[in-house]
Design a binder for this molecule. Structure first.
Ligand code: DOR
Length: 425
């Protein structure tokens, strides 16, 4: 059992009763109750992904709330936060209500919508933030788009402070990135593909830090990709400015050299950058300068990806591989198991103000069981998500969620689990 909320790592039984953790002890009497045998496995607080695109409503051909939640469960996630770039955009209480209701009927991982900051994500007028919060939105973000107008962003921060929610930002200066497809550097020059400079992210990271300082409102920065962004966040945190940030698994493991294949599944926004950037991101995650990992699960259909690189949609379908990629860093000795689980559960819960992220008695039984030694090959055809757009196709991975439990209900279970054992629960 690994519980980053208390720093404990021990061998124990966990008793689950009426959807809650009812006991944690070295040996709990097992008679008469269903048992999940987890000897040799890691039992951790249910993983939480605070950045997914479920495409529902409007783009159901890419993903639906049902398929997205099923994919998240298979990836070990017990709670996810979905972005607002749907059709219509989630900028009203009615759309937030639709998402919450649909997810409730699925009975999979819990879904927490992130409402838009601005109406239609156009960056001009504030969305109905209060109504969305009333219907269950846990934060606001125009993700997919930045809020380019700093005055609008300032008003959003001031307004959001009334609801005690973070304002979550996709940091990109569109004037600098416009028309680019990959990181601006040696690879973009050689390939003749227009680049996106690191500065397009960094100037907005710097702006958001200044606005967080000005307003005192919590800002969470999404999918950081560059060394410069890490340096700015470190500076802000040293000054006590209320800023948190995330990194994706793909930015932790791939660089712009992956793009040399012309495989459009490597096209993502922000783009994969240099080895120096990747190294800075891994180190910052290990040190806690980067708070957490989030997949930026961005499923697309074949018709949007099976085209020339320039024309392809940005995004990686990532919720089913996030855990294995993070575990790769654990296997390489770059992250401890405790820090990895903290970054995938305890801290995400804190950032979004969610229950969970710990294994304390009395808390909801959101639990993930991980087999850290399980070897598997990623075959896109066997992915549950409708989006098969992954740069990890054919990769041999080690480590997998074998049970995902939400409020005591098993929402995902690896078929081979408990073979020859007494698992009934
Ligand atoms: O690559 C990306 N895809 N980055 C984003 O910010 C948006 C996302 C999407 O919605 O496809």
């Amino acid at each position: 059992m690994i519980d980053p909320s208390t720093g404990t790592m021990e061998v124990a039984d966990i008793l689950v009763k009426e959807g809650r953790i009812a006991g944690v002890a070295p040996l709990i009497t097992r008679e008469g109750i269903p048992i999940i045998e987890a000897t040799g496995l890691w039992v951790v607080p249910g993983l939480i992904d605070i950045h997914v695109h479920l495409r529902d409503p409007g783009y159901e051909y890419k993903e639906t709330i049902e398929t997205g939640l099923a994919a998240a469960a298979k990836g070990g996630f017990t709670q996810v936060c979905c972005m607002a770039n749907t059709l219509p955009v989630n900028d009203t209480g009615a759309i937030t209500f639709y998402m919450v209701e649909k997810a409730r009927r699925v009975e999979g991982p819990l879904l927490h919508p992130v409402g838009a900051i601005t109406k239609g994500q156009k960056g001009e007028n504030l969305a109905e933030i209060g109504d969305m919060v009333d219907q269950g939105a846990v934060a606001v973000s125009d993700d997919g788009n930045p809020v380019m107008n700093s005055e609008v962003m300032r008003r959003a921060l001031e307004y959001a402070s009334h609801f005690d929610i973070p304002v979550v930002d996709h940091c990109e200066d569109k004037n600098l990135s416009d028309g680019g497809s990959i990181h601006e550097g040696e690879v973009s020059t050689r390939m003749g593909i227009k680049g996106i400079p690191s500065a397009s992210e960094e100037v907005m990271v710097a702006r958001d830090i200044c606005l967080a300082r000005q307003t005192g409102t919590r800002v969470h920065l999404q999918h950081l990709s560059s060394r410069g962004s890490v340096e700015l966040v470190k500076w802000a945190k040293d000054l006590g400015i209320p800023v948190t940030c995330e990194v994706t698994p793909h930015h932790l493991i791939l660089t712009h050299h992956a793009v040399e294949s012309y495989d459009t599944s490597t096209k993502v926004n922000p783009p994969l950058r240099t080895e120096e950037d990747r190294e800075a991101l891994v180190e910052a995650l290990a040190q806690g300068i980067i708070d957490c990992v989030a997949s930026d699960h961005a499923p697309h259909s074949l018709k949007e990806k099976d085209v020339e690189y320039d024309l392809a949609a940005f995004g990686i379908s990532g919720v089913e591989t996030a855990l294995a990629i993070v575990l790769k860093l654990v296997q390489e000795g770059r992250l401890t198991p405790m820090r990895a689980m903290e970054a995938m559960s305890t801290i995400p819960a804190r950032i979004m103000g969610l229950e969970g992220g710990n294994l304390k008695v009395g808390q909801p039984a959101h639990i993930t069981i991980i087999d850290p030694d399980k070897r598997w090959r990623l075959e896109p055809d066997s992915m549950v998500s409708k989006g098969k757009n992954t740069p990890f196709a054919g990769w041999d991975l080690k480590g997998k969620a074998v049970v995902t439990m939400v409020e005591g209900r098993v929402v995902w279970k690896e078929e081979t689990l408990g073979e020859g054992g007494n698992d009934e629960g």
